[in-house]
Structures are given as structure tokens and as C-alpha cells.
Design a protein around this ligand. Structure first.
Ligand SMILES: Nc1ncnc2c1ncn2[C@@H]1O[C@H](COP(=O)(O)OP(=O)(O)O)[C@@H](O)[C@H]1O
Ligand SMILES: [Mg+2]
Length: 469
């Protein structure tokens, strides 16, 4: 080996010596050019790596190439998290600051998987030209119906159907943490009446709205008799426990049951827009998400009224996605929950944990963290927020939220110098102190900017309103 190397070296040296001066010069210039290219490549790579570190798992690209969760701009480039990446997103900012038009709409326009979005007043649907659109708009004329029993009808055996029906009753009457003993009693016993009714009348071929109407229009005595008359034991078992109970208590339970379904039995628009579709027609179920993009359109003014409807659609979707079996060709699904608190109390923390690995990303948009506290309580809100890989802040007006965010962003060392002057000398004293990277009150007025907290730090981005393109 050494011998071969020595011979090659000797050959090169003698070839070099035989060259005329101009040839030598040409070779030296060519070598210099090659070396300078290599060096610039190394430098670019190093800089590139540095940029990547600052962005964490985020990417930066020109408008047309940025496909995924789009957070905002650095210069003319869009900072985004690619569709197939992992991580849920929370967007916090007061009304009119751009949650919908600077984050959600740009995201949905570029999303390469499927999505379901809550669409307040139809602004999103009008401005997102997604393929395979299905629009559920209870107040609109040509809505595709939402089929609440859709997923249950797919089971082949009665036990599975009954289990799914009791689960549906849980979604309609979710346990609440802050209620007193009496309220908990009426809730859990009222839920038994709902389960019994759903199971008994489902097997008689009734649709969801018909069952709700039957419950609302009956006294508890009439309802219990109707359930008994179905002779379907798994349903009857749920009301057997009421035998011999105090009538006032049973009335209270019945009231709690009817309160949870009143909207579905009384509101004309809702009644006409949910249920099994006519033969040969399409209906939305959470499973439609595998092949379509779903828009759930609700007028701003009707958000409160339709809250139970939005709640059940979202809760059923979360449940469906939590059981999603992943195959390689499944697309990443985005569940965009605009005006999140209007959807009522959801089992969101558990869903966030489960869905991370199931090619599902959740984007929650809310006006403030204080709103989350009112719905979920501080302890649950904290564990909920811990599951968001990205938090985009457009503003925070209350001091608790400002303080919380400032702490989340963290502190850095600041060097202070103080100068004291005496008759004989000037003395400089240096000290270090820890200060917030972003002061709490700065979150009140971010203006055209937003602050993005991500897995490896923070970024200040320009808002990227879709209507400015
Ligand atoms: N198509 C549009 N053209 C011009 N301005 C718009 C358009 N859509 C929304 N805006 C404005 O953009 C701002 C942000 O609106 P929006 O994204 O709906 O806020 P948020 O969702 O945070 O409540 C508002 O001032 C709104 O008036
Ligand atoms: Mg909005």
C-alpha cells in the first residue's frame, strides 16, 4: 500500500515538473476555484443549521411552498409546520386580531391532508377552495345533514350498538367536575333515563331527533311505560333502579335529561339538518373526514344557541379519531376548533395526548386563557396547554394571562452597569439580573406581530392575513 502511494506521488511530482509554467498556473487557479466552492458550501450548511436550530421543527418557505400550519412571516417567507409533522396548536388572541384570517384560513388553504373546521359565519368556507368539501350549515338551505347515529348504525351487533348509544349519552350529558352532590346525582341519574330511551327506541327504528321529541313530549311516567313496552331488557335495566324512588327526585332527573336534548327536539333548523339521510343521499359523520374536508358553519349570533350541537359534533369527532387505526396511506387530519370555548366542555386533554400519534392535529383558537379557565378550571387548563407543541399569541389583555405567557417564554440574563462618580474617581459596577424576555404588559399590544412559542424557543412573526395576498 505504502509502496503504491510512494510511486503515485513520485509520478505526480515528475508530471508537475514536466509542465510548463502556464499549465501550472491554470491548475492552481482551477484548484483554488474548487476549494472556494467547497468552502462556501460548508459555510452555507453551517448557517443553515443555525437557522434550523432557531426554528426547531418549523420550516420557512416561500408562500406557494409553505404547506401546513402557517403561523406568519419572517421577511417574505412563511414560517410553518408541515402538514405531516406532529404537534397540536393553540392560538390565543382577542376578537378581530386575526386568529381566523391570519392563521386558520392560510393554514386550511395550504393543508395537504383532510380537515374539519368550525366555521363562524361561513367566512372560512367562502375563502378556502378545498376539494371534496362537505358543508354542514344548519341555518342554510342546502346543508348536507349530520348523521348523529351514523357511526352507531355501522356496528353489526346489538351489544356494540348499545355501548355506543350509552357513550353518546355521556357526550350529551358529560360529567362536570365542579358540581355539588345534588347536581351530580341529577346528572348521573338523568343520564340513565337518556341511555334507556336511546337504547329502547333506537331498536324500534327511530332516528335521533324522533327519540329526543319522544322524551321531551312525555312525562317521566309515560316515558318509563314506553320503555317498558319495548320489552328490550338492556334498556329497561337502566330505569329499574328508579322503582320506589321519591317522585320529586325522578322529576329532577327527568329535567336534567330533557335539558340536554331540548335543542334537538325543538329547534326547527337543527331538527331538519341532523339525522339519517334519505336513500341515496350523502350525510356527514366523523368518518367522512377520511375522504372529505368538513365545514361546520354557524352564525356568530347563534353560537350560544347551537352550542350543544357543536359540542356533540366535536365530541363524536374526537371519539372517532381517538379510535383511528393508522395505515401508511392515511392523510393527516386537522381538527380546527375556532371559538373553542363555545363548544362546551370537551374531553380535550386526553384527546390531545391520544391523537398526537394518530396523524391527527388539533388547532384550538380562543380569545383568552381566562376563557379556558372559566370552562375547564386552572388545573385542567394547565395540563391541556402542556400538550400544545405550538402556542401562537396575538394578544393577551388580562394580567394573569400576560404573566403566565411571560413565564412560559422565560427570562434571560441582562447585564446592568451602574456608574458612581466621586471627587477622586468614577466607578463602574457591573451586575447581572434575570429579566423576562417579553415583559407581561408587552403581550397586550403586539400589533402587526404575533409571538410563537414552539418546542425550541420563541419567534416574533408578522401576521400573514390571507386577504392581503
Ligand atoms: N376579507 C377581509 N378583508 C379585509 N379585512 C378583513 C377581511 N376579513 C377579516 N378582516 C379583518 O381582519 C381582522 C381580523 O379578523 P379575524 O381574523 O376574523 O379576527 P379573529 O378571528 O381574531 O376574531 C379584523 O379587523 C377584520 O375586520
Ligand atoms: Mg375568528
Amino acid at each position: 500500500m505504502a509502496e503504491w502511494f510512494g510511486q503515485t506521488l513520485n509520478f505526480c511530482i515528475s508530471a508537475w515538473n514536466n509542465l510548463v509554467a502556464t499549465d501550472r498556473m491554470l491548475i492552481i487557479i482551477a484548484a483554488a476555484v474548487i476549494l472556494s466552492f467547497a468552502a462556501s458550501d460548508i459555510i452555507t450548511n453551517l448557517l443553515g443549521r443555525k437557522k434550523k436550530q432557531a426554528l426547531g421543527t418549523l420550516r420557512k418557505a416561500r408562500h406557494k411552498k409553505a404547506k401546513g400550519i402557517r403561523f406568519g412571516l419572517i421577511g417574505r417567507k412563511v414560517v410553518y409546520s408541515p402538514t405531516e409533522a406532529e404537534g397540536h396548536i393553540a392560538v390565543v388572541g382577542g376578537s378581530g386580531l386575526g386568529k381566523t384570517s391570519a392563521l386558520l384560513i392560510p393554514t386550511l388553504r395550504s393543508w395537504t391532508g383532510h380537515f374539519m373546521t368550525i366555521d363562524i359565519s361561513g367566512d372560512i368556507c367562502k375563502n378556502v377552495a378545498a376539494p371534496d368539501k362537505l358543508i354542514y350549515d344548519p341555518a342554510g338551505k342546502n346543508t348536507v345533514p349530520y348523521n348523529i347515529f351514523g357511526m352507531i348504525d355501522k356496528f353489526h351487533n346489538d351489544t356494540a350498538k348499545d355501548e355506543a348509544l350509552s357513550q353518546l349519552a355521556y357526550l350529551l350529558m358529560p360529567p362536570t367536575k365542579n358540581s355539588d352532590d345534588a347536581a351530580s346525582y341529577f346528572l348521573s341519574e338523568g343520564r340513565k333515563i337518556l341511555i334507556a330511551s336511546l337504547i329502547a327506541f333506537y331498536h324500534q327504528g327511530l332516528d335521533f331527533v324522533e327519540i329526543c321529541e319522544k322524551i321531551i313530549s312525555s312525562s317521566w311516567q309515560q316515558l318509563f311505560t314506553a320503555i317498558d313496552n319495548t320489552k328490550y331488557t338492556p334498556a329497561i335495566m337502566y330505569i329499574n333502579g328508579f322503582a320506589g324512588s321519591n317522585e320529586k327526585n325522578i322529576s329532577g332527573c327527568m329535567q336534567s335529561c330533557t335539558a340536554s336534548i331540548t335543542l334537538f327536539a325543538t329547534n326547527q333548523a337543527v331538527k331538519q339538518s341532523i339525522g339519517r339521510p334519505p336513500e341515496g343521499k350523502n350525510a356527514i359523520t366523523p368518518a367522512s373526514l377520511e375522504n372529505h374536508n368538513l365545514f361546520i358553519v354557524v352564525e356568530d349570533a347563534k353560537l350560544k344557541l347551537y352550542a350543544p350541537l357543536l359540542h356533540i359534533i366535536t365530541a363524536q369527532t374526537l371519539e372517532f379519531l381517538s379510535a383511528r387505526k393508522i395505515t401508511d396511506n392515511y392523510k393527516t387530519i386537522l381538527l380546527a376548533l375556532d371559538e373553542f370555548v363555545s363548544l362546551g366542555h370537551l374531553e380535550i386533554t386526553e384527546a390531545l395526548r391520544k391523537l398526537r400519534k394518530r396523524k391527527v392535529r388539533i388547532m384550538v383558537l380562543t380569545q383568552s386563557i381566562a376563557d379556558l379557565d372559566m370552562m375547564y378550571g386552572q388545573a385542567e387548563r394547565k395540563s391541556m396547554l402542556a400538550n400544545f407543541k405550538y402556542i401562537a399569541v396575538l394578544s393577551a389583555s388580562d394580567s394573569d394571562t400576560q404573566e403566565y405567557l411571560a413565564r412560559l417564554v422565560g427570562r434571560h440574563d441582562v447585564r446592568n452597569t451602574s456608574i458612581s462618580v466621586s471627587a477622586h474617581a468614577t466607578t463602574r459596577t457591573h451586575s447581572k439580573s434575570k429579566e423576562y424576555i417579553i415583559e407581561p404588559h408587552d403581550f397586550a399590544h403586539l400589533g402587526k406581530m404575533l409571538v410563537l412559542l414552539h418546542d425550541e424557543g420563541i419567534l416574533r412573526l408578522h401576521k400573514d392575513f390571507y386577504f392581503k395576498h
